[in-house]
Design a protein around this ligand. Sequence first.
Ligand code: NAI
Length: 253
Amino acid sequence: MSEPALLGKVAVVTGGAAGIGYALAEGLARRGAAVLIADRDGAVAAAARLRAAGFSVEGIAADVSSEDDTAAMAEAAERLFGGIDILVNNAGIYATLTPRPFEALDVAEWRRVLDVNVIGTFLCCRAALAGFRRRGGGRIVNISSGVAFKGNPYMAHYVASKGAVVSLTRALATELGRHGVLVNSVAPGFTLSDGVMKNPVLVAGVKEPSLRNRVLARDMLPEDLVGAVCFFAGPDAGFITGQTLVVDGGAYF
Ligand code: NAI
């Protein structure tokens, strides 16, 4: 039997305590990586759940929009696992948003979304850079969204933030290639994550139409994203950088 593709690698998954991030943490661990879950809430408990299932996983409380927390996150990866090879920037504000016409969005809400989804991604990449350099390279996988390409009504700030994540992916790929760091992005379609399932407006308004507009006619689950993220993180993607892969079951729009 061949050994797991990510054996010996260390992965940090932001927002990994729930939803898509938790599925990604489990998927990376299943492929042999040691995983640090960094989440504002529930990181330690989520890590304990995965350890109980036999995986090498630790957790740290960290808000990705905080410079101090993201620095502490990178230090923890060094201290606990000796470094960092894979950074998955998954933490983002989506499921707690209330859809609103763009003229009803206020500046504070715009700033909150950009702070976490865009600046948070930047801060985590910056915090991980020294560790990547020490190890001679690394992988960054950013979670953007299909809405970056298709648009979506009543979430202008969110759509703009995920477009920025796609562009940031390309920008960092051009800068970090010389350090052996490959930067790619996965753009999910509407996914029944923990957060989404707690938002009755999204469940009532988006679940059924997204199912109707999808070639592969079933609900999309967090597990559906594991293959694409692990591909970008793994040995088969060693000459791919700056790309975004849409994973949405073939959404028509
Ligand atoms: P979720 O709400 O189920 O889980 C998000 C996790 O991120 C939670 O554990 C939360 O505590 C954590 N988090 C939120 N803000 C944080 C911060 N500032 N610092 C650290 N951790 C933080 O969300 P879901 O649906 O799993 O989304 C994950 C990512 O996927 C987000 O970036 C979202 O924008 C993106 N996405 C989700 C889609 C969906 O339909 N669920 C579709 C496209 C993209």
